[in-house]
Design a protein around this ligand. Structure first.
Ligand code: MRU
Length: 352
């Protein structure tokens, strides 16, 4: 199976007398193993989201939507009242704080609880269908926009830098920024991808490189610290990344390390592009400084594969995301088209 056809989040109806389950590709063990983890309870789902078994803003959103269906089924088995059900749904909603997709999707599905389990599941399924369609639309819009930026006459394939993983694993399928990269490759207009390894949990080296390798897309994995130098040496035509939350003024939260790439792109005069579905745009959040940045455990930066690398006594600082000012975002690719954010066209325009 090509990684294009991967489905990170799938629902399995209950067999006779059993419980329904949510099947998640276990992203903690890739690329060494392609295993699925089947969760049947809210505890298991929250643990899977916290440990990044399922990760990437749209995939977390999809898992959260099905989490409402999972909570209803568990509540049915265990005789929960409505207050308990609401409390369990709220735990799913709060499992990670930065990606707005989780809250949006949980709220959208929870709004149908009174209509019953069938309506809830239909809403969760719709989220997945819409995300997949949005990703394909973004791929085409993003590729068209990037190819227009190639200097006239220089009809050559592009060299694209990306950060973290924004592919099929991070979404309902195909991907956001990686979907644009897939589209360029499909059109024969991609020379190579620079995939930042993405410290500390290596989503780039483990997941993006794996998705690219599955499809024979040429790529280099590079240390995050190499990105600015690669850009300033002129080895990159554009950087394209995903997003976890985009504030009303265009400020964009994404995997830690993203803002450094944006600064290097601005200095080098090349496009810094964000590809994200409109479900990631949070018009209720005015600016990036209002975005809650998840602070993860110190061990993720003080240890390497469970072995302590920093001296005893060192403290770890581990923000999982950073905020890129909207003024550094050359363009925002959504399923509705491309907004030139840095040029002054705010995401609030046309996205309400
Ligand atoms: O901590 P993660 O792996 O969930 O972080 C993921 C990212 O930062 C992605 O770039 C973002 O969610 C967009 S995924 C299409």
């Amino acid at each position: 199976m090509s990684s294009q056809d991967l489905r990170a989040v799938t629902w399995t109806a209950a067999a006779e007398g059993g419980a329904p389950s949510l099947s998640l590709i276990d992203q903690t063990v890739l690329p060494h193993a392609l295993n699925r983890l089947d969760v049947t309870t809210v505890d298991q789902l929250v643990d899977a989201i916290v440990r990044l078994v399922v990760r990437g803003a749209p995939a977390i959103g999809a898992a959260g939507g099905y989490g409402v269906a999972l909570a209803m089924a568990q509540g049915e088995r265990e005789g929960w009242d409505r207050a308990r059900l609401d409390a369990e749904v709220a735990r799913v909603r709060a499992a990670r704080p930065t990606a707005v997709n989780l809250m949006v999707c949980v709220d959208r599905v929870a709004a149908r609880i009174d209509e019953g389990a069938v309506a809830v599941l239909a809403e969760a399924d719709a989220i997945v269908r819409e995300d997949l369609a949005a990703n394909h639309a973004m791929g085409a819009f993003g590729a068209d926009w990037l190819l227009k930026r190639v200097p006239p006459g220089a009809d050559r394939p592009l060299r694209i830098l990306t950060h973290c993983n924004t592919g099929a694993l991070a979404t309902a399928g195909w991907g956001t920024a990686l979907g644009v990269i897939r589209e360029l490759h499909g059109r024969g207009r991609l020379e190579t991808v620079y995939a930042d390894e993405t410290r500390p949990l290596l989503q780039g080296a483990r997941l993006t490189a794996w998705e690219l390798a599955q499809e024979g897309i040429p790529h280099f994995v590079q240390a995050d610290g190499a990105a600015a130098g690669t850009i300033l040496r002129g080895e990159v035509d554009a950087a394209i990344v995903g997003a976890d939350r985009i504030a009303a003024n265009g400020d964009t939260a994404n995997k830690v390390g993203t803002v450094g790439i944006a600064l290097a792109c601005a200095y080098a005069g090349i496009p810094f592009v964000v590809a994200a579905p409109t479900t990631t745009v949070d018009l209720a959040t005015a600016t990036g400084s209002d975005i809650h940045i998840e602070l993860r455990g110190e061990g993720e930066v003080l240890e390497w594969a469970g072995i302590r690398t920093a001296p005893a006594g060192s403290r770890g600082h581990n923000p999982a995301f950073d905020v890129t000012p909207g003024s550094l975002v050359t363009a925002l690719v959504t399923e509705r088209g491309v907004l030139e954010v840095g040029a002054g066209e705010l995401p609030g325009v046309g996205l309400s």
